[in-house]
Design a protein around this ligand. Structure first.
Ligand SMILES: *Cc1c(COP(=O)(O)O)cnc(C)c1O
Length: 440
C-alpha cells in the first residue's frame, strides 16, 4: 500500500470538483452495470452496500439462463450446458480465491455465514479442560456472539468463563492490535480459538489479520475470521497469513442478493488431516465415487470436504454474476484503490464541512479502513433517528444505529464522488435546519 498516492491528496469541496473526480475515474462506467434504486425519479445516494449490495445487471441474465436450462433439460441440467449444476460451485472458486487471497482448493461457496461459523467451530474449536476459551470482541455481531456462546455450551463449558472478550480502551472506539495481542499472550495457555472480524461491522475498522494470526498460532490456538464486511471490500492474503479458517456472506460487498449462499476458507494444511472432526454430507465426498452410494465417506482433499448438500444453483448463479462484475472492474485491488480515494474524499468533505458535528469513528490509516465510515453525529439535541429520517427523505440510503451513529459505505463499484458530495450537503442541511432537507 506504500506505493499508492495519498487518497486525500488535492481535494476540493465543490460539486464541480466531485464531478471532475468522477470524470477521471477509470471505474466510473461500472455504475452502469448495476441497477440503482430510485428516489423521486432520481438515482438514490445508495451508501448501504455494506448491508445489502446492489444488483448487477448480469444477475437476471445468469439466473434466467439457469431457469431456462431447468425448463429445457430437467435433471440433465446437472451435466449439460456451459455451467452444469454438478460442479457449479467450482465456477466461483477463482473469483473467491482472488478476493480473499487463497489457493483455489481453500475456498468454496456453501450454506450461510452463521451456519459456516458453526461448521468451522465443529472442526476447529476442540476445547479441553485446559484450553477452552474463544477470544472474540466485546459487542461482536450478535450472530457471531450467539454462535460462539452456543458452541461453548455445546461442549459443556460456561460462556462466562470461556468467552474472552477484547474491547476498545475507555474513550476509544476501535481495537488496538497491541491490546489484542497482549490479551492473546496473557491467555496463551487457555485459548482454543480466536474468532474476530476482518472488518468490524460497527466501526468499519480493518483488523490486522496477519498479526493476529501470527500471535494466535504462537499461543498454540486456531485462528478464524468472519469476513462478512471484509470480502469484496479490502484485499486479503488468507493463505499467506496462515489463517486457519474464514467465513463470509455474499450479499454485502459481494452483491449477490439477500440471503445468498456464503463463502468459506479452510487453509490447505488442514485438508488431509484426518484427525479433524467434521459434520459431513454427501457433497463433501470424493466426486469420482459420490454416486456409488457405498456409504464409505471419502472426503475431498480440499475445503470442499466441508460441503454438505448440493447447493442452490440460482443463488450460486447470482454470485457468479457478481464475481464476473468484479472481474470486469479489474478485481479487488483496482476496486480498493478507488475505494481509498472515494472514502477519502468523503472523509475530507466531512472534516471540511462538519468538523464540529461529526466524529468519524473509523480509523484513517489506509490499511485500517475499507469503504465504510461510521459517523457519530452531534444532533444538537435533535433526535438522532429524526435526523436520519430527514437524510433518507432527501434520497440517501445509509444505516442508522441507536443513538446517533450513521454508517455510510460508498462502494467503488457503483458509487460516485458526486454521491459523497451530495451526501455531505444533505447531512449538513439535516443537522442545521429545522425544516425538511428534501426540499433542498
Ligand atoms: C452480516 C453479518 C452476519 C449475518 O449472518 P447470516 O448468517 O448471513 O445471516 C453475521 N456476522 C457478521 C459479522 C455480519 O456482518
Amino acid at each position: 500500500m506504500t506505493d499508492q498516492p495519498s487518497p486525500l491528496a488535492n481535494f476540493e469541496n465543490s460539486l464541480a470538483f466531485a464531478k471532475t473526480l468522477d470524470k477521471h475515474d477509470p471505474l466510473a462506467d461500472m455504475r452502469n452495470q448495476f441497477h440503482i434504486p430510485q428516489h423521486q425519479g432520481k438515482d438514490e445516494i445508495y451508501f448501504c452496500g455494506n448491508s445489502l449490495g446492489l444488483q448487477p445487471k448480469r444477475t437476471a441474465e445468469y439466473l434466467n439462463y439457469e431457469l431456462s436450462q431447468w425448463q429445457k433439460l430437467g435433471v440433465k441440467g446437472h451435466f449439460s450446458g456451459d455451467f452444469p449444476w454438478m460442479p457449479y460451485h467450482e465456477f466461483l472458486t477463482e473469483g473467491f480465491s482472488e478476493l480473499v487471497g487463497a489457493v483455489p482448493s481453500e475456498v468454496v461457496a456453501m450454506n450461510s455465514l452463521t451456519a459456516n461459523l458453526h461448521f468451522m467451530m465443529v472442526s476447529f474449536y476442540r476445547p479441553d479442560q485446559k484450553r477452552n476459551k474463544i477470544l472474540i470482541e466485546d459487542h461482536a455481531f450478535p450472530s457471531d456472539h450467539y454462535a460462539v456462546e452456543s458452541q461453548i455450551k455445546f461442549h459443556g463449558f460456561d460462556p462466562k468463563e470461556s468467552m474472552l472478550l477484547v474491547k476498545p480502551r475507555n474513550g476509544e472506539h476501535v481495537l488496538r492490535t497491541e491490546d489484542i495481542i497482549a490479551t492473546i499472550e496473557a491467555h496463551a495457555d487457555e485459548l482454543a480459538l480466536i474468532l474476530l472480524p476482518g472488518v468490524q461491522y460497527y466501526t468499519g475498522q480493518v483488523l490486522d489479520m496477519a498479526a493476529i494470526t501470527a500471535a494466535g498460532h504462537k499461543a498454540g490456538c486456531k485462528v478464524g475470521f468472519d469476513l462478512a464486511h471484509a470480502c469484496g471490500n479490502v484485499p486479503m492474503q488468507l493463505h499467506q497469513w496462515g489463517v486457519d479458517f474464514a467465513c463470509w456472506c455474499t450479499y454485502k460487498y459481494l452483491n449477490s442478493g439477500a440471503g445468498s449462499v456464503a463463502g468459506c476458507f479452510v487453509h490447505e494444511r488442514h485438508h488431509t488431516d484426518k484427525t479433524i472432526p467434521r459434520f459431513a454430507g454427501w457433497w463433501g465426498h470424493n466426486k469420482e465415487t459420490r454416486f456409488k452410494m457405498d456409504n464409505q465417506f471419502d472426503p475431498i482433499e480440499s475445503v470442499e470436504a466441508w460441503q454438505l448438500s448440493n447447493p442452490p444453483i440460482l443463488s450460486l448463479a447470482a454470485i457468479r454474476a457478481s464475481l464476473d462484475t468484479i472481474k470486469s472492474a479489474g478485481g479487488i485491488d483496482a476496486l480498493h484503490q478507488k475505494s481509498l480515494r472515494l472514502t477519502g474524499y468523503l472523509r475530507y468533505l466531512l472534516n471540511d464541512q462538519l468538523k464540529d458535528d461529526v466524529d468519524i469513528l473509523t480509523p484513517e490509516e489506509p490499511g485500517a479502513h475499507g469503504c465504510q465510515l461510521s459517523l457519530a453525529v452531534n444532533t444538537h439535541g435533535l433526535d438522532g433517528k429524526m435526523v436520519f429520517n430527514r437524510i433518507e427523505e432527501a434520497g440517501v440510503t445509509g444505516d442508522w444505529r441507536y443513538p446517533n451513529v450513521i454508517r455510510v459505505a460508498p462502494v467503488p463499484l457503483y458509487n460516485r464522488y458526486e454521491d459523497c458530495y451530495r451526501f455531505v450537503q444533505i447531512l449538513k442541511q439535516s443537522l442545521q435546519q429545522e425544516g425538511d432537507a428534501s426540499e433542498q
